[in-house]
Write a protein that binds this ligand. Structure first.
Ligand code: NDP
Length: 433
């Protein structure tokens, strides 16, 4: 695609979808006639803007902000904000594109969007984070709203950042609209179980897939990459299901604890102290910290990549297979390259793709929007129960779509097809817009 030739991650995401859809276009020529593919790969709107702010030293800093409003076919644009130095148009477009199909899979009425900035929150003071968030929202506020576009968190954006962003939105608009952002704190409209939703949802999905193949988490050795929001709650639920989680990481290295990771300590280091995972071994000297190491060197039966895109390439996939991996569940977005996915599938490793497996976060975000609209707050059990049902449905719908289109057991194809069909039908009915 010449128009986007420099956007490698975006093209990778499109290629994966297109590969899955051949059978769909054969069976549904009406999608071809309606130009669905040509339209769906072009965002409805891509916004880029200047984000100036003043650091603690009094220096002016300038970052670039983005929001891609990819598809509103089935609901308001919905998708997180990522603050990380690697953020660029390609990253935001790949994430926004994936989000369209993921959101459709949840069964909730939400379209696809994504945003963020090349701002690096690492090492910044609380004041600097607040100033940056306020400047970012000063521009973003004109493009979003509870019925238009509803951002949430992603890498580098958690409850603290959402709080500052929401405060600034409210000040600019002069009205209280909690439904404009999700992932809020509980005291101003957040939902119970949102924090846990992506990680828990990933493990619920994996449990479904394992059980369908006569397996489960009990006594399995699990490794997880990252130690952020998704990783922490994936580890917690995997342990609750009887697994032994032995390794996790951050961008500087990984820890290996053969006795099982102390998840409460990881929470304290990462969520409370905002420290580095290397600090883990100060309390557990028997555990190992490998600086600059690749967590996927650690043998495991179940791998849950939950850090970032393309962290598993072909060679890493081969290492995992050689070490006896039986199942891989993507907590991060697009953590496996196309070649890595091929390796897993050829070796009959059970593979749960991100679009389906990590959809729990956005699903509960949609439940947060529903609670905000009706000014109610549901119990943890109620939200968690709905999350479990949603993840089961996503699994079943993906498996069914895979069977129906001649790809039995292939969840990559199944998730892509099931998500696509819903959006494509809405686009056909709404005409060429
Ligand atoms: P967090 O910022 O909470 O955590 C990210 C973790 O991954 C950190 O441990 C971070 O290490 C590590 N990491 C980030 N970038 C890199 C990199 N380039 N190389 C190595 N390690 C890296 O983010 P989340 O947990 O929210 O997100 C993780 C993944 O899950 C992302 O792909 C995100 O898009 C996806 N996701 C998140 C959802 C959510 O609800 N939060 C929903 C669906 C998907 P360090 O601390 O050193 O930066």
């Amino acid at each position: 695609n010449q128009r986007n030739h420099h956007e490698t991650e975006f093209l990778q995401a499109v290629e994966e979808i297109v590969q899955s859809l051949e059978g769909v276009f054969e069976k549904h020529p009406e999608y071809m006639e309606a130009g669905i593919l040509e339209r769906i790969i072009e965002p409805e709107r891509l916004i880029a803007f200047r984000v100036p702010w003043v650091d603690e030293a009094g220096q002016v800093q300038v970052n670039r902000g983005y929001r891609v409003q990819f598809s509103s076919a089935i609901g308001p644009y919905k998708g997180g904000l990522r603050f990380h130095p690697t953020v660029n148009t390609s990253i935001i477009k790949f994430l926004g594109f994936e989000q369209i199909f993921k959101n459709a899979l949840t069964g909730q009425p939400i379209g696809g969007g994504k945003g963020g900035s090349d701002f690096d929150p690492k090492g910044k003071s609380d004041l600097e984070i607040m100033r940056f968030c306020q400047s970012f929202m000063s521009e973003l506020s004109r493009h979003i709203g509870p019925d238009t576009d509803v951002p949430a968190g992603d890498i580098g954006v958690g409850a603290r950042e959402i709080g500052y962003l929401y405060g600034q939105y409210k000040k600019i608009r002069g009205t209280v609209e909690p439904g404009v952002l999700t992932g809020k704190s509980l005291s101003f409209g957040g939902s119970l179980a949102r924090k846990e939703a992506t990680g828990f949802g990933l493990v619920y999905f994996m449990q479904e897939m394992l059980q369908d193949n006569g397996l489960d988490f009990t006594d399995k050795t699990v490794t997880v990459s990252g130690s952020g929001n998704v990783s922490i709650y994936a580890m917690e639920k995997a342990v609750e299901f009887g697994a032994r989680v032995v390794a996790c990481s951050d961008s500087n290295g990984y820890i290996y604890d053969k006795n099982g990771i102390d998840i409460e300590l990881v929470k304290k280091i990462k969520e409370v102290e905002r420290g580095r995972i290397s600090e883990y071994v100060e309390k557990y000297p028997d555990a190992e910290y490998v600086a600059d190491g690749n967590v996927w060197e650690v043998p495991c039966e179940i791998a849950l990549p939950s850090a970032t895109q393309n962290e598993i390439d072909e060679e890493t996939a081969q290492t995992l297979i050689k070490n006896g991996v039986i199942a891989v569940g993507e907590g991060a977005n697009m953590p496996s390259s196309l070649e890595a996915i091929n390796q897993f599938q050829e070796s009959n490793v059970l593979f749960a793709p991100a679009k389906a497996a990590n959809a729990g976060g956005v699903a509960v975000s949609a439940l947060e929007m529903a609670q905000n609209s009706s000014r109610v707050a549901w119990s943890f059990e109620k939200v968690d129960g709905k999350l479990q049902d949603i993840m089961k449905d996503i699994y079943q719908n993906s498996i069914q779509a895979a069977n129906e289109y001649g790809e039995p057991g292939n969840l990559v194809a199944g998730a892509n097809i099931a998500g696509f069909l819903k959006v494509a039908d809405a686009m056909v009915e709404q005409g060429v817009i």
